[in-house]
Design a protein around this ligand. Structure first.
Ligand SMILES: Cc1cc2nc3c(=O)[nH]c(=O)nc-3n(C[C@H](O)[C@H](O)[C@H](O)COP(=O)(O)OP(=O)(O)OC[C@H]3O[C@@H](n4cnc5c(N)ncnc54)[C@H](O)[C@@H]3O)c2cc1C
Length: 576
């Protein structure tokens, strides 16, 4: 077990370590953006540390490989929550990516940003610079939208956003059915208006997954000033009083310490970033003391404010062999799909699984959509997380409409199970601890059923597998929720940005009360956005890198005024 003491370290020891300007912990959606943007200046030395292996697996590139990524024990942290008392004491499966690209290397590739209201709300909470109007240019800068640029979309950015290449027939049926059920069609959830239904757009290019690693990291791997170290799990932030001076990581069984002259940036995601802060002695005093960790900096909000999208599935058998599942009648077609993928990068293997999208209101009193749909032309079972559930998902024909509560009021937390950095963090989402959340879920099931009952599905509708026709009253639906609800993989909020006593970072993402330490990943969201969380995390990292580069420029101007730097050197460092 690695030591967890974090005594103030003498500078002389740090001077003997390998030194970088910036150390980024975690090569996920946020970490890859930072590594690219910060190392764009050849004078800046950047180190990116990733606990998982390189992302060379073909299952990452091939969209349908998401099933293999769910099962992977190497490229997936495969977390489980604490037993959920409002979900019949079930421990919920929480997959998270563990490779270059992080969760963007194993996610469902859906590209949505949330609602403009979400960002205006962050700004209204006191976070200057985070209103929708202020973050929209960053979404656009990140994006290469294949449909072209407009007021809401960018071209030329690293993150490719594309329409589905070969959507399943049932995805079109779903859109028709939703319109028949009274919802509007909306071809751009990220445009002027989020509300409505349509096929999703995806982070793919030429039929392959376009993870954030492929978008931002691969093109810059040869930069001499960027060092990427994989299979290196950071165990602690090294502190010198209230200043982060470097990190310790374990690689190949050996502990290595490296130093940062400027900043340590934590991008380990909503579970691992708060865990690492606590292991380093930064967090709620009680939690640290419980595990014998010396308190370096009391910060009560670390790990708190956990929010996630809880999801339910309404699942039908399909009476025709048109869904993505495999059956004797479709075996030949499956072989064709394989060749179509190999030679053209088209066909069923390019599916992201959740092809059909929707943002709808659970009732007329809502001012913005409070429910999200993910339609999958397959009868999904238990995340396809092991061989048994993967096989029952893949074989036979069916379709699934997921529905989730976009702005849950329940709050959980990330704690420690142990001071051992190799141990998983304690995950307590506290699902449905706020009574309004159950009410929204029950309404969600009814709304999803109304879509699947519409005429467009008449030619395909088999028996309702879940909840099943015997589930009709609110009490029965509630029981179904407790028995079957699961995550749709969007934990955030555990190092929240803000200025209240429970905030962990300020609105420049610097850890309150510390120097040289930022958190940049999904954990900084004060409230969960009403949509998927990959694009928002990329935006957060784009904004963080702009802020960091801008502060470097200011420092350089000061240095120039002091005669240390010349004007052209200052000019070179000013970000576009
Ligand atoms: C199965 C699944 C499906 C999803 N589907 C979608 C979707 O379709 N659309 C969407 O928008 N969002 C989706 N998401 C969510 C989205 O991908 C995440 O919100 C986003 O990737 C989070 O980015 P992040 O940078 O905060 O963390 P991550 O991308 O998870 O990156 C964290 C990285 O840090 C590394 N790390 C952690 N701890 C350490 C340590 N101590 N030392 C070194 N490295 C460390 C991890 O291995 C990982 O690579 C999905 C997520 C999952 C898991």
């Amino acid at each position: 077990m690695a030591t967890h003491s974090n005594k103030p370290r003498p500078m002389v020891a740090l001077q003997t370590m390998t030194t970088y300007d910036y150390i980024i912990v975690g090569a996920g959606s946020a970490g890859c953006v930072l590594a690219n943007r910060l190392s764009a200046d050849p004078a800046v030395k950047v180190c990116l540390l990733e606990a998982g292996p390189v992302d060379s697996s073909p299952f990452i590139r091939m969209p349908i490989g998401i099933i293999a990524m769910m099962m992977s024990k190497v490229m997936n942290w495969r977390y489980f929550t604490e037993p959920q008392k409002n979900l019949n004491n079930r421990r919920l499966f929480w997959p998270r990516g563990k490779t270059l690209g992080g969760s963007s290397s194993s996610n469902a590739m859906v590209y949505t940003r949330g609602h403009a209201w979400d960002y205006d709300h962050w700004a209204a909470l006191g976070n200057a610079g985070w209103s929708y109007a202020q973050v929209l240019p960053l979404f656009r800068r990140a994006e290469n939208h294949e449909r072209g640029a407009d007021a809401f979309h960018g071209v030329g950015g690293p993150l490719n956003v594309a329409p589905l290449r070969s959507p399943n027939l049932l995805t079109g049926v779903y859109v028709k059915a939703a319109v028949q059920a009274g919802f509007v069609e909306n071809k751009d959830f990220n445009g002027a208006n989020q509300e409505g239904v349509s096929p999703y757009e995806v982070t793919q290019k030429n039929g392959e997954r376009w993870s954030v690693a492929r978008a931002y990291l691969h093109p810059v791997l040869k930069r001499p000033n960027l060092t990427v170290i994989t299979e290196a799990r950071t165990t602690k932030v090294l502190l010198d009083g209230k200043r982060a001076r470097g990190v310790a990581y374990i690689k190949g069984g050996k502990t290595v310490e490296i130093a940062a002259t400027q900043e340590v940036i934590l991008s380990g995601g909503a579970i691992n970033s708060p865990q690492l802060l606590m292991l380093s002695g930064i967090g709620p005093v009680n939690e640290l003391q419980k595990h014998g960790i010396a308190v370096q900096h009391a910060l009560p909000g670390v790990g708190q404010n956990l929010q996630d999208h809880l999801d339910l599935m309404v699942v039908h058998k399909c009476t025709k062999p048109v869904s993505l599942g495999v059956s004797p009648t479709t075996l030949l077609a499956q072989v064709k799909h394989l060749f179509n993928y190999i030679f053209n990068r088209k066909g069923a293997l390019t599916t992201n699984g959740a092809e059909g999208g929707g943002f709808v209101k659970s009732d007329a009193s809502q001012t913005i959509p409070d429910l999200q749909f993910h339609f999958a032309a397959v009868h999904l079972e238990d995340h396809a997380r092991n061989l048994k559930s993967a096989l029952s998902t893949m074989f036979g024909h069916g379709y699934t409409l997921h529905v989730c509560d976009l702005r849950p009021k329940s709050r959980g937390y990330i704690g420690l199970k142990s001071a051992d950095p190799a141990a998983d963090a304690l995950i307590e989402p506290n699902y449905l601890s706020h009574p309004d959340d159950m009410k929204t879920m029950v309404k969600g099931v009814k709304v999803a059923r109304s879509v699947l009952a519409a005429q467009a599905f008449d030619a395909y509708r088999g028996v309702e597998m879940f909840p099943g026709r015997h589930v009709q009253t609110d009490a029965q639906i509630e029981a179904f929720v407790r028995e079957k609800a699961a995550t749709i993989y969007h934990p955030v909020g555990t190092c929240k940005m803000g200025h209240d006593a429970m905030a962990v970072v300020d609105d420049t993402l610097k850890v309150h009360g510390m120097q040289g330490l930022r958190v940049v990943d999904a954990s900084i969201m004060p409230t969960l956005v009403g949509g998927n969380t990959n694009a928002p995390t990329v935006m957060i990292a784009e904004k963080a890198s702009s802020m960091i580069l801008a502060s470097r420029s200011v420092e350089r101007v000061v240095a120039m005024q002091a005669g240390v730097l010349h004007a052209h050197e200052v000019q070179d460092s000013i970000p576009a």
